[in-house]
Design a protein around this ligand. Structure first.
Ligand code: MG
Length: 341
């Protein structure tokens, strides 16, 4: 009877090509620990910018639920505190790509060790955990300490402050993209811990998990953010999130194209020096030399040359029997020059 469900769950998983697997196993105790960096303390809550959605301001849990029920974490003195057994919190709203600011404090007095000390976690889309742990003088496996991507990637540094002190996470999260049941691009995390870079554009191999390596499964483009109840009274305050537009990867500027071709006569008429500017022909294409730079020029009419990749153009005025005059327009700032004699 149990055979069929197992088969279906295997079918639902996506086998991703692991062309560059980690040299470490999950929670590898021999994995090097990141260097300790002492951060500066934050002097006040880092307040939300105007386009942020404030998820917790210190006085109520209206933006949060436990499953489909009201959240049952303690709210007092401007913070909320995980109540052991009260369950994970989840945002009422769903999110995909985000910038997320979280302030948290590990419990005092200190109790427990390793993963049992100040454990919580921020789960983007409820699936991808940035670990919250009291990692101040608390040894644990590298991929499970504060600011790790749990079970996958240790932080670049251990920038932990002592328990009881407010710490910050600034997280940039890009959700995984799916096309049907195929993974198009993995989830990606950048994390600053107390202002120190802890994860840099780290690609995730799938949802984070304890002891194991789970593959991606297609899911919605927006899902709630969750905060872990791991049985430790970790505190949170001042949580805000900004939804991010789709990432656009431009690696170079747009280049102008044109069907206009200048005659040899037009090219010869315009080439020459104009004070600080020089227009020259290079194997049939026009270039402007200026300020030790060279710009490709594209004719777009009988009297205008556009800069190929810069928001600028040159208007050319040639009258019979007179040297040509150019007006260079750089982003709306214009200067004219007459061709040197
Ligand atoms: Mg955790």
């Amino acid at each position: 009877m149990s055979f069929l469900p197992i088969c279906f769950s295997m079918l639902a998983s996506i086998a991703i090509a692991q062309d560059n697997p980690s040299p470490y196993r999950v929670h590898d105790i021999d994995r090097p620990k990141p260097p300790i960096v002492t951060p500066n303390r934050i002097s006040a809550p880092v307040l939300a910018p105007s386009d942020a959605i404030v998820l917790f301001e210190g006085d109520d849990l209206s933006q949060w639920k436990s499953g489909n029920k009201p959240a049952k974490w303690i709210v007092k003195n401007g913070y909320m505190e995980s109540v052991p057994g009260a369950g994970y919190l989840r945002t009422a709203e769903s999110f995909g790509d985000v910038q997320l600011h979280v302030e948290w404090a590990a419990p005092v007095p200190v109790k427990g060790k390793s993963q049992g000390r100040g454990n919580s976690g921020i789960f983007l889309m409820g699936k991808y955990e940035v670990q919250v742990l009291d990692s101040y003088k608390n040894d644990t496996y590298a991929d499970g300490q504060a600011a790790s991507i749990y079970g996958q990637a240790p932080p670049l540094v251990n920038a932990s402050l002592p328990p009881g002190e407010w710490q910050t996470y600034d997280i940039v999260f890009r959700r995984p993209r799916f096309d049907g049941d195929q993974l198009v691009s993995p989830a990606e995390l950048t994390v600053f811990h107390n202002g120190v870079l802890a994860q840099e554009h780290k690609k995730l191999w799938g949802p984070t998990a304890w002891l194991k390596h789970d593959p991606y499964e297609p899911h919605a483009a927006e899902k709630p953010i969750t905060i872990q109840d791991h049985g430790n009274p970790v505190r949170y305050r001042n949580i805000w999130v900004r939804k991010l537009a789709d990432k656009v990867d431009h690696t170079r500027a747009k280049r102008i194209t044109s069907d206009v071709k200048w005659t040899e006569e037009q090219v010869n008429a315009v080439t020459g020096k104009y004070g600080k500017y020089k227009i020259r022909s290079d194997e049939g294409s026009l270039k402007l030399d200026w300020e030790n730079r060279s710009f490709d020029l594209i004719p777009v009419s009988d009297s205008r040359l556009e800069f190929a990749t810069t928001s600028a153009h040159i208007d050319v005025e040639c009258k019979e029997g007179e040297p040509c005059k150019i007006t260079v327009d750089l982003m709306g700032s214009r200067s004219s020059a007459t061709r040197d004699k």
